[in-house]
Design a protein around this ligand. Structure first.
Ligand code: GRG
Length: 301
């Protein structure tokens, strides 16, 4: 049985430091942005997530030798991109979901136009957090550029936006396995992989370490979505904090529709094992990352 304590401690730390930064960002945005946008931005930033992506930034930074607490700013930047994606994902023109993180979604509390603007506005806010944090960390200019490029590429057409687009187009259509993997890797996996890589880059990691962190992130990024498919099919709305059974009602192809619940669980475990193997091959000692890989596929929400 893998040790879950390091992952739990890391996630608790990620929640504490990220949420403190998110509160600061929300308070500043509320001061400078007229209603309803200011309150809507603060609402979206104030919802309580698991903070898996910030935890990955922290753990990969430390696995690559980083020690500076300013990494919290970069972890927050990644979480803000993720937050924008959730606000847009829930919109009526996308997954049309009334609940997220145990609360009504931003477009339900405000309206669709406000929630759409919230999403767009959060992107430059994230980039600002990235710039401030990499400057405070003393990251060299070339590496700062790489961090920006990695995060934006993962968020764009070859990553998250492209994956979401393909996912929407695939509703009600049968996919083949490679198409499903491509969608999952882009829609969900790309940002998770980027969280790992930017953590390593901020610590000044050399190429073999970066490659191992990217490999780890790629495997757990896909595993994360496989676990999400399982949870959607097996959990309740109360447990998930978002509407359960959404994939079936939208007639989506998922790992569960391909492999069944047990097959999808086994695939998640296989991918988590592959993620840990990347660390072992590079000689990276990180009980937190090992534990987090298992947490990602065994989580309950
Ligand atoms: C313009 C086509 C287009 C897209 C815009 C909306 C969007 C960009 C992308 C959607 C990306 C997305 C929401 C993917 C799902 C990823 C996922 C499994 C999210 C849930 O993550 P958790 O479980 O959530 O970490 P918490 O709430 O814990 O943060």
């Amino acid at each position: 049985m893998p040790d879950s304590a390091p992952a739990e401690a890391l996630l608790a730390e990620a929640r504490t430091i990220t949420e403190a930064r998110l509160r600061e960002v929300a308070a500043r945005l509320e001061r400078i942005t007229p209603a309803p946008m200011g309150p809507a931005l603060a609402y979206a930033l104030g919802t309580a997530g698991k903070r898996v992506r910030p935890a990955l930034v922290l753990a990969c930074f430390r696995a690559a030798g980083g020690t500076d607490d300013e990494i919290a700013g970069l972890a927050t930047a990644v979480e803000i991109i993720h937050t924008y994606s959730l606000v847009h994902d829930d919109l009526p023109c996308m997954d049309d979901d009334p609940r997220r993180r145990g609360r009504p979604t931003t477009h339900v509390v405000f309206d669709g136009a406000t929630a759409t603007r919230v999403g767009y506005l959060l992107v430059p806010v994230a980039i600002e957090a990235l710039c401030q944090s990499t400057a405070a960390l003393g990251v060299p200019a070339g590496t700062r550029q790489s961090i920006g490029r990695v995060l934006l590429a993962a968020s764009g057409i070859q990553g998250m936006v492209g994956g979401q687009w393909l996912d929407l187009k695939a509703e009600g259509r049968a996919l083949v396995a490679d198409q499903l993997t491509d969608i999952h890797r882009r829609k969900t996996g790309a940002l998770i992989e980027a969280a790992c890589v930017v953590g390593g880059l901020a610590a000044g990691a050399a190429s073999p370490v970066l490659e191992a962190l990217a490999g780890y992130g790629r495997e757990i990024g896909l595993a994360f979505q496989v676990a999400d498919d399982v949870l959607d099919a097996t959990s309740t709305t109360a447990q998930l904090g978002k509407t359960a059974g959404r994939d079936a009602s939208l007639q989506k192809s998922t790992y569960v529709s391909f492999l069944g619940v047990e097959g999808a669980r086994a695939e998640g475990a296989r991918l988590a094992g592959r993620a840990v193997a990347w660390l072992e091959r590079a000689g990276l000692q990180s009980p937190s990352l090992v534990s987090l890989a298992h947490y990602i596929v065994n989580r309950q929400s």
